[in-house]
Design a protein around this ligand. Structure first.
Ligand SMILES: [Zn+2]
Ligand SMILES: [Zn+2]
Length: 436
């Protein structure tokens, strides 16, 4: 029983994508494919397992994010179909604004804290929210996340792994900027120091920083506005206010980096996310014309698991944007060539031949021979030239006559030599020529 058929509604013209949305076109996937391959290889070498979380979650999960982003908004939707089974009240759902909260939820919901001392994950997943202008912000995130027991050494290992990844991507001129943002014990007193310090410099601050002065004075340090940077020139540094535990952790990290001869810059403009604690770091790529592109940010979110009702567990991670990586790879003029794995190229001429080639395709595949048909207009000559430029060695041509007689022309693409075979013999012949 099918549903009653309805006419497809007419839209006079397909509307364009919404502001902030973007297509990733097939030709843009070369850089992404290259990145994914390196990422997955490295994750495997360093024992990180892949995880995926849903696009939409119960909005309560993002309370922390909401409080930390008063100007932005979640994409929220109340479920009108009543409460899901087993839960009271209506659920408000939201698209995840970033992956971290969903990862923490999954860690708790599937009891990983009971199963292993440390969970090491990597992920590739999109997130979205509305910015202060109520425009869509979609981020195709990638990242590494560790939950459980971590020490200063884990921070260093994560940075080392990321540097290896950037080097595998042939990205030179990547710099590591590092800071320590303290914890709930040592950060609040420092924020008071900042407030007092900037009170006398109110008139030098930009509009945003002035707004942040009372509730978020740390943001002033990160502001790139020249007059704010000048106002912050001799600001007391957070490192001098760290508690003993944070100070020891920071020293451990810096000593580890020295041990591995990893160069870094201490940078108090790097303040991480609102949920960041202790180490915060960024990797930056310098373009040929000296512009800096942030490849991603890392650090701890050590209160997160507990704030979601879990046991005390450390959370250390790094998050970047696939779009940013693709941009950098394109800027470096990477010689990204589509690697064609096609071994045999099929050229059916006419309708009957096209029908006959269906069976031939299936048989080639069942013998693990990768066959393809180059779709598109063009004479047999252009098609063979395509095969040649794609370095495909064998072309199988079926014309009307061959289709009727059950034969196939095998053409050796580089030499242009042709031979006629019966359909029954062709697979064996192809295998022989491919050295199987
Ligand atoms: Zn501290
Ligand atoms: Zn400012």
């Amino acid at each position: 029983m099918g549903r009653p058929k309805k006419a497809t509604p007419i839209v006079e013209k397909a509307p364009p994508k919404v502001a902030g949305g973007f297509d990733v076109l097939p030709e843009q996937h070369l850089a992404r494919g290259f990145f994914l391959e390196k990422l997955q290889n490295l994750a495997q070498t360093f024992s990180y397992s892949k995880i995926e979380t849903p696009l939409v979650e119960d909005t309560r999960l993002f309370k922390f994010w909401k409080e930390a982003h008063p100007k932005e908004a979640l994409f929220e939707m109340a479920s009108d179909d009543g409460p899901p089974a087993g839960r009271a009240g209506k659920t408000v759902m939201a698209i995840k604004p970033t992956n971290l909260f969903s990862l923490a939820r999954a860690y708790l919901e599937h009891h990983y804290y009971e199963k292993e001392r440390t969970s090491k994950w990597f992920y590739l997943s999109s997130a979205a929210y509305l910015n202060s202008n109520r425009e869509l912000q979609q981020v195709n995130e990638w990242g590494f996340q560790i939950f459980g027991e971590t020490s200063a050494i884990a921070d260093v290992q994560l940075m080392n792994l990321l540097l290896k990844l950037f080097s595998d991507l042939s990205l030179s001129s990547v710099s590591l900027e590092i800071n320590n943002i303290g914890c709930l014990e040592c950060l609040p007193p420092y924020l008071e120091v900042l407030k007092n310090f900037f009170k006398d410099k109110k008139y030098d601050l930009c509009e945003n920083c002035l707004e942040d002065l009372e509730n978020n004075p740390l943001n002033i340090l990160a502001c790139n506005n020249l007059s704010c940077t000048t106002a912050a020139a001799d600001v007391p540094v957070l490192v001098d206010y760290l508690c003993e535990a944070c100070r020891r952790h920071f020293i451990g990290v810096l000593e580890g980096l020295d041990e591995l001869d990893i160069p870094y810059s201490l940078n108090q403009k790097v303040i991480g996310f609102p949920w960041s604690r202790k180490t915060v770091f960024e990797f930056r790529y310098k373009t040929a014309d000296n512009q800096e592109i942030v490849l991603g940010q890392g650090g701890h979110a050590d209160d997160l698991i507990q704030s979601l009702g879990g046991v005390p567990a450390s959370a250390l991670g790094f998050v970047g944007s696939q779009d940013q990586i693709a941009l950098v790879l394109e800027l470096t003029n990477h010689k990204l060539v589509a690697k064609s794995k096609v071994e045999v190229f099929l050229v059916p001429l006419g309708e009957l031949a096209a029908k006959k080639s269906l069976r031939l395709f299936t048989e080639l595949w069942s013998h693990n021979i990768v066959a393809a048909e180059f779709i598109g207009p063009g004479s047999i000559k252009t098609q063979l030239r395509l095969a040649e430029s794609n370095k495909v060695g064998i072309a199988l041509i079926i014309g009307q006559k061959e289709a009727r007689e059950g034969t196939v022309i095998l053409r050796d693409v580089p030499s242009g030599m042709q031979e006629l075979f019966t359909v029954e013999r062709i697979i064996e012949e192809v295998k022989k020529r491919l050295g199987r």
